[in-house]
Design a binder for this molecule. Sequence first.
Ligand code: FES
Length: 356
Amino acid sequence: MTTIDGEGASNAPSYRRLTVKTVRDETDEARSFGLASEVGDAGLYNYRPGQFLTFRIPHDEGLIARSYSLSSAPCADPEMTVCVKRVINGRGSNWFNDHLRVGARIEATPPAGRFVMQEGDAPMFLFAGGSGITPCISLIKQALIETKRRVKLVYVNQNASSIIYREPLQRLERRFSDRFICEHWLDDREGLIEAPDIATAAEGWASANAYICGPGSLMDMAEETLSHVLGPEATILMERFVSPDDSSSEEITSHEPIASEPIEIENFRLTLDGNEFVVPIVGGQTLLDAALAAGIDAPCSCVEGHCGTCMALLREGDVSMASQKALSKRNIKRGCVLACQSTPSSSAPIWIDFDL
Ligand code: FES
């Protein structure tokens, strides 16, 4: 256990400039943006398939942070690429599609995220909806090109014209026909997908790790279904992004009522990469702020509750969360919190575990 007494250098993610190298229409509503870092920053932008970038968008209403997944994979693509699909009233997604042109510059944090291929050689069952294909296709490329794993993708869209990366998926199907299955589910053809349909699609994949990304309600249904089909010990990874744009119909919920006064706590302990730390925390500070201020390289990206990177298991103590929307129901049930949204809600010692 390491006890940290004073403030260290903050490891809060810093924004660097990227240049847009390519822009490509994927559907009427989604575009891919190929990006390059500045000379000297390249090492900062090494990434793992499935990760994302958080962008600082100079919107008319002020700077806003939005996280978008990388669809590229280092083993297959020369360029770091994100895909952004328009969302109705989505300030970030519409700004990207309306303003970002080849040659433009935009600020982004280095890649982050834990929606990455798990160790071992388990088959992969991916469930994607709409633009949720973005991190999934990155993982699929890695799995097929760099490993011998079997891979199945179930990809849900409203209709054929809303399928993103249709041709790249077809090419992968042809090239890896012996171990890649891509099943499209189109609402206008088959109706809305339901839990039994997902269970049927997952038959024969009981030993697989599952990866889910898409609209929130679809993800919740897929998570619940796959946890039954694959068993309670199954590894199920979810990539869930929320923003003020697409969540306006949801209520803001809190783990606990938010304390009106900053609370001093006796002890703040955290586990990260198998190491234990005890760090100072002052009243009103979030758990993430306290960890970063102590110089601990805690996982984070947006620091606004959108991306879920700072998720940790609350092993002891009481916290209030300003927002928990980036957490799945399953992870809320497990006792997970977002460190960037959590402040102490009692003076009891707190212990959070980033190793989950
Ligand atoms: S850093 Fe993105 S949700 Fe906390």
